[in-house]
Write a protein that binds this ligand. Structure first.
Ligand code: EPZ
Length: 434
């Protein structure tokens, strides 16, 4: 089992360049299914979710050439299957994004019902309802969703009951070659949606309004392959900005558009963190004699405060000079980090969708467990300023969304390493023979 071990208390400074956005790259990859030929994606993050998605595409018949660590040439000329491997979809929920593209290409698809995950049920009812409005019929059989559009895909107006990122993306990709006009109302507005729409339009689609609550898609007959650069990862950037805020910095975080993190940066500034914005990044620092100020946070769909920054912000607020409140409005179970931070000396109480955080003087290092991707990164963040050593297991969660996380922190001066931890040898705890 791999562990990350951090010795806290060392100053961090320097520059970090974030990768392409995980939550865009995965959807751009599946969108290539609709554009037969060689599509080139650059600025692709080298993370395990991308590797998993590559395997899904290869199982469908794609040929992927990894030109360098961040460039993929994806040849979808010979895609010959519309059945995704059950275990891969079960492992990575984002694989359900193949639904729209496969139905567009083949008029049918077989995709495993995604399981829930640590942060919630992760249903896809809105995906299915939206695609059904376009003429897709579904049956669920032995854990698989069987989708088919026997009469083809026809444009429709779909109003999402929640601005779901995944549902918006699946609908977008189901509508690009549908007959006529599709309107998605209450659409998600995340920058990753805009990135996907930009690439689809380069492929020949007619999409207007991406990034607004109403997206209009005029169906076209076909799409062609393109080259596209993945938008910078605003959440990886926000994670390093939070690290600069908790450790003091000064840090420079580059490779993303600060406008994609506006409310986070404004909240962090109100918490006493200095942030200087530039075109493609920020400078972040906090003077040692400037305490972190408490704050009230509500997570919401973009442009609201992103749920993917909730864990990192909880860690900052756990050391604030006062009481803070976080309300998690997007996922039903995304406060598991609190119990782990409390083991490090935090004072956080959970009441339903609310976290009540009473600021503590500091963290003390302890063995802790990553509850999920962002919670794992937040525990590393806490370890960087904790007294003593912190051991974080569940490193696989962190590898899903952060490329070279340990190396990047080492380059900033952190005393951090990852190593194999031999499983506990329980014999050594056996009662001594009388
Ligand atoms: C995407 O998940 C991201 N994942 C998540 O990032 C992110 O937290 C989330 O959007 C919100 O921004 C990827 O892009 C791969 P949703 P997604 O559909 O599409 C419920 C990370 O840490 N819902 O906006 O699954 C759902 O259960 C990950 O990088 C339904 O009930 O998010 C959730 O409670 C975590 N029915 C809420 O809506 C549906 O049909 C938001 O889900 C769809 C969603």
């Amino acid at each position: 089992m791999e562990l990350i071990q951090v010795e806290g208390g060392f100053p961090l400074s320097g520059e970090v360049v974030v990768e392409g956005a995980k939550n865009s790259a995965l959807k751009l990859m599946v969108a290539t299914l609709m554009a037969p030929g060689v599509n080139t994606l650059t600025n692709v993050p080298n993370i395990s979710d991308v590797h998993t998605m590559g395997t899904v595409l290869e199982c469908l018949g794609a040929v992927i050439d990894v030109a360098d660590e961040h460039t993929l040439h994806i040849d979808t000329s010979c895609i010959d299957s519309w059945v995704t491997p059950y275990e891969l979809v079960a492992r990575m929920r984002a694989s359900t994004a193949v639904l729209g593209p496969l139905i567009t290409r083949f008029g049918k698809a077989v995709v495993a019902m995604p399981g829930g995950c640590n942060i919630g049920a992760r249903k896809i009812d809105m995906h299915l309802q939206g695609l059904a409005a376009l003429g897709v019929e579904f049956t669920i059989d032995h854990g698989n969703i069987h989708a088919a559009a026997p009469h083809g895909l026809k444009g429709a107006t779909v109003e999402l009951e929640f601005a779901s990122v995944g549902a918006t993306e699946n609908l977008l990709m189901g509508a690009v070659c549908a007959e006529g006009t599709t309107i998605i109302d209450n659409a998600a507005r995340e920058p990753e949606i805009v990135d996907l729409a930009d690439m689809l339009n380069d492929m020949g689609a007619h999409i207007e309004g991406a990034g607004t609550p109403s997206i209009t898609i005029e169906g076209v007959s076909s799409l062609h392959p393109v080259a596209h650069r993945v938008v910078g990862d605003r959440i990886e950037a926000g994670t390093f900005i939070a690290i600069g805020g908790i450790a003091g910095g000064p840090l420079t975080v580059k490779g993303f558009d600060p406008k994609h993190l506006d409310i986070v940066l404004r909240k962090f500034e109100a918490m006493g963190i200095n942030i200087e914005r530039e075109e493609d990044g920020v400078h972040v620092s906090r003077a040692a004699d400037t305490p972190i100020q408490p704050s009230d946070i509500q997570t919401l769909p973009f442009p609201g405060f992103p749920t993917d920054m909730q864990a990192q912000t909880m860690t900052l607020l756990a050391l604030a000079a006062g009481d803070s409140f976080i309300t998690e409005n997007v996922f039903e179970n995304r406060f598991m980090l609190a119990a782990e931070l409390n083991r490090m000396g935090a004072d956080i109480r959970i009441e339903g969708h609310h976290a009540i955080i009473h600021g503590a003087k500091g963290f003390s290092g302890a063995p802790v467990t990553s509850p999920d991707l962002r919670g794992g990164a937040a525990l590393v963040m806490a370890g960087l300023v904790a007294d003593g050593y912190t051991k974080i297991d569940g490193v696989n969660h962190i590898d899903r969304g952060y490329e070279h996380f340990v190396e990047k922190l080492q380059s900033l001066g952190a005393h951090i390493e990852r190593h194999e931890e031999c499983p506990l040898n329980l014999d050594s705890f056996a009662p001594r023979k009388a």
